[in-house]
Design a protein around this ligand. Structure first.
Ligand code: MN
Length: 201
């Protein structure tokens, strides 16, 4: 599918005259796919978890954020595909616009697709997402190791997913971060600092 079509939903929701969010470009061939986790202080605080698949970032809204504890099953609600440059977006989306609020880039890096079928043969990553179960290894500054995204039917009848850290041992790291204390991997700023910086002197 062309990037134009994939991003139709994303572009339809936004007025690029009013928001500094990106409108979209094509991927460089041959590079390892990227992932990004943003913290978004919108109407409801949430994390946005995004995996590059070809020319777009497949996206999920994760209310509690990704956990480093394999015992945590984190709800992940699918949202529209985002353009690749969104990985770098940190700033304030104007109040009244779609997703109005402050965004920081909490973590980013590359990932290795690990999806395989029942017999252990590798399968195409995008296809594994379409089938509702994908596994991957994150190489981020904060998140490292193997994770899985698994689709299920939510109680409201809509599709929802679970984001789970793989592994059976003890929890590593600190579970989920506190979004108000967490700092940008790009600039070291908190949400409050980004909001203050953009409101001007
Ligand atoms: Mn969001």
């Amino acid at each position: 599918m062309a990037t134009e079509d994939r991003l139709r939903k994303y572009r339809g929701k936004r007025d690029f005259e009013r928001t500094r969010e990106p409108s979209g470009r094509a991927a460089a061939a041959g590079d390892a796919p990227r992932f990004v986790v943003q913290i978004h202080d919108a109407r409801r605080m949430h994390f946005d978890f995004r995996l590059q698949v070809d020319d777009v970032l497949k996206s999920w809204s994760v209310p509690k954020g990704p956990s480093t504890d394999p015992g945590d099953k984190q709800l992940a609600v699918p949202t529209e595909d985002h353009p690749l440059e969104y990985e770098e977006f940190e700033g304030v989306i104007p109040k009244g616009e779609y997703g109005g609020g402050t965004v920081i880039v909490w973590d980013h890096g590359t990932y290795e697709p690990l999806s395989h079928d029942r017999r252990g043969h590798p399968v195409d990553f995008e296809e594994s997402l379409e089938r509702g179960h994908a596994t991957f290894r994150l190489h981020g500054s904060k998140l490292r190791g193997e994770y899985a995204l698994t689709r299920f039917r939510g109680s409201d009848g809509d599709d929802a997913w679970l984001l789970v850290k793989k592994g059976s041992g003890h929890p590593e790291g600190h579970g989920t971060p506190d979004p108000r204390r967490a700092r940008s991997v790009r600039t070291g700023r908190t949400l409050a600092q980004v909001a203050a910086d953009e409101s001007g002197p």
